[in-house]
Write a protein that binds this ligand. Structure first.
Ligand code: ATP
Ligand code: MG
Length: 398
């Protein structure tokens, strides 16, 4: 019995002229990803990608799970394939379903006839295949209203496909279809979610992390890289650029009004991020900010930081409650790492009374007490890059 993985496009079906280009990109990505799970043949027809194992050694479960984390698909399933004749379909049902559907009490059949030359129409296929299932799976009944399993029969160009366990895909658009963004990645809950959300819209995501060694530890940095690694289950790889803010933080602490510490620091972060974005060809910044969540995320504070840069800043979490962000982070698998108790550069020297409604003139006067440009140049010199993949991370030298 031959099995294949079927991955069905989501929004990609709506794309006009660019569709073929995005499809080719997606197929290339799948081929690269498949290498972790064995040798597969990957092809696409009729808004579906077909993934066929070339031998018995292929890890089909691993590949299937991985395809539920590939942006661009909204349904993923393992299907049995056979020739397009009712006789072969009957044989296939008899061989494929009894063991896999043992214990299932109710079912219905849905048929789709993409190949219109097939002699039976969809309702006739449903009736026939329903009868095959009743004769081969013990104790099963038809329930059209509320079946435990929906058995789907698809008559397509290359054959007939039978499956009964369609999984949700990751949705979104294939990565690479919406440019490149630079994620400001901290060790918190929100920024990994923000990166995931923009990757889901088709962005290639690079990350920038600010450390503050020795105020932040090596383990804090590893936590951030682990978060990036978790996100790469969806994105395949991520370049994480790391810049040290140590000297900047010391300068602000020694020379400026304590209440403005966070705000002043965030101006540096944004400006350095814009500079980094230019360097790594990113056309937007991405942050995990959520309106009103903390003092530095009020409308006024966001306004002050935004005014520092000349690049779009995407904040996909802006309208989400913490609870909603937590839900996504649990689903994508970053939550447990995010709550590990390591310090972040933003939490060292935290002011006791951070400004929620900063006065722009006062901010400017405080900022003038330090040499902004020189400090930026110096911080930028500390930059280095780590390449992160689902298998781990290593320093990247290019
Ligand atoms: P998160 O959960 O993402 O850390 P947060 O609720 O802790 O967010 P802040 O610490 O105010 O909020 O940070 C707001 C955003 O600023 C973060 O979502 C992230 O995009 C960015 N940011 C904060 N700290 C860092 C850092 N050390 N390096 C890079 N970006 C950071
Ligand atoms: Mg944080």
């Amino acid at each position: 019995m031959k099995e294949v993985i079927l991955c069905k496009y989501g929004e990609l079906v709506l794309k006009g002229a660019n569709k073929a280009h995005f499809e080719a990109m997606l197929v290339r990505r799948i081929r690269q990803r498949a290498a972790r799970f064995g040798e597969f043949a990957v092809s696409n027809r009729q808004s579906t990608v077909y993934i066929e194992p070339k031998d018995e050694l292929c890890d089909m479960d691993g590949m299937l799970d991985s395809m539920t984390k590939m942006f661009g698909f909204n349904r993923v399933a393992v299907a049995a394939v056979c020739e397009k004749s009712m006789e072969k379909i009957r044989e296939c049902v008899h061989e494929y379903l009894p063991r896999r559907m043992a214990g299932v009490k109710t079912f219905k059949v849905e048929a789709k006839r993409a190949d219109k030359t097939f002699p039976l129409k969809s309702p006739e296929i449903c009736a026939e295949v329903g009868a095959y299932i009743l004769e081969s799976v013990r104790g099963i009944r038809v329930n059209v209203q509320n079946p435990e399993r929906v058995v789907r029969v698809e008559i397509r160009e290359a054959g007939a496909y039978i499956h009964f366990d369609q999984l949700h895909g990751a949705g979104g658009m294939p990565i690479g279809s919406s440019g490149r963004g630079l994620l400001l990645l901290s060790g918190g809950i929100d920024s990994p979610v923000a990166g995931y959300m923009m990757a889901k819209r088709g962005m290639t995501v690079d990350a920038l992390h600010f450390e503050s060694f020795p105020y932040t530890s090596e383990r804090a940095k590893e936590k951030v890289l682990t978060l990036a690694q978790e996100v790469t289950e969806y994105t395949d790889y991520m370049y994480v650029h790391i810049i040290s803010l140590t000297h900047i933080q010391e300068e602000i602490k020694n020379k400026c009004d304590e209440d403005y510490f966070t705000l002043l620091l965030r101006r540096f972060m944004y400006v350095l991020a814009e500079r980094m974005a230019k360097k790594c060809h990113c056309e937007a910044l991405i942050t995990g900010e959520s309106l009103g969540q903390v003092a530095s995320q009020t409308l006024e504070a966001i306004g002050v930081t935004d005014a520092m840069v000349n690049i779009p800043v995407f904040r996909p979490c802006i309208g989400l409650d913490k609870e909603e962000i937590v839900q996504i982070s649990r689903r994508i698998g970053t939550f447990e790492t995010s709550i590990l108790p390591y310090e972040d550069c933003c939490t060292v020297f935290t002011p006791r009374h951070p400004k929620t409604r900063p006065n722009a003139e006062y901010v400017a006067a405080e900022a003038a007490k330090i040499d902004f440009d020189a400090l930026c140049d110096e911080a930028f010199e500390t930059m280095y890059t780590v390449k992160v993949t689902p298998d781990g991370f290593e320093e990247y030298d290019k």
